[in-house]
Ligand binder design. Structure first.
Ligand code: 5GP
Ligand code: ZN
Length: 105
């Protein structure tokens, strides 16, 4: 499958990895739009929020908890979580990802 983020998951292309476990990987966005701009993704290929299944319920919770952990590690007092869904929603890469955007104080 020709998916950019699956290639990052499989280490076929490099990324600046911030966090990794058996289900999730987080890495720096290549074109940051904030001081801290990290993408948190499931290792499983899911196209978007619109493609989530009942079985993915806990995975979504886990993705959010990873964001919370990274924000704490980075000492972020506040941050934004953005999920673009579909081309019309600004989604360019068709592998579900949560943007963590924060400002260093
Ligand atoms: P989207 O618009 O799909 O929500 O966000 C895709 C994000 O992936 C963009 O912010 C873009 O900068 C980032 N991105 C695209 N290609 C790469 C890449 O090869 N490596 C990394 N680390 N980020 C990428
Ligand atoms: Zn993928």
């Amino acid at each position: 499958m020709d998916c950019l983020f699956c290639k990052i998951v499989n280490k076929e292309i490099p990324a600046d990895v911030i966090y990794e476990d058996d289900k999730i990987i987080a890495f720096k966005d290549i074109n940051p739009k904030a001081d801290i701009h990290i993408l948190v993704i499931p290792k499983k290929h899911i196209v978007s929020i619109n493609h989530l299944k009942e079985e993915d319920k806990t995975l979504i919770g886990d993705l959010i908890l990873v964001i919370k952990k990274i924000a704490k590690d980075k000492n972020l007092k506040g941050y934004k979580i953005i999920i673009n869904v579909g081309r019309e929603g600004g989604q360019i890469v068709d592998h579900l990802h949560l943007h963590l955007l924060g400002k260093l104080l």
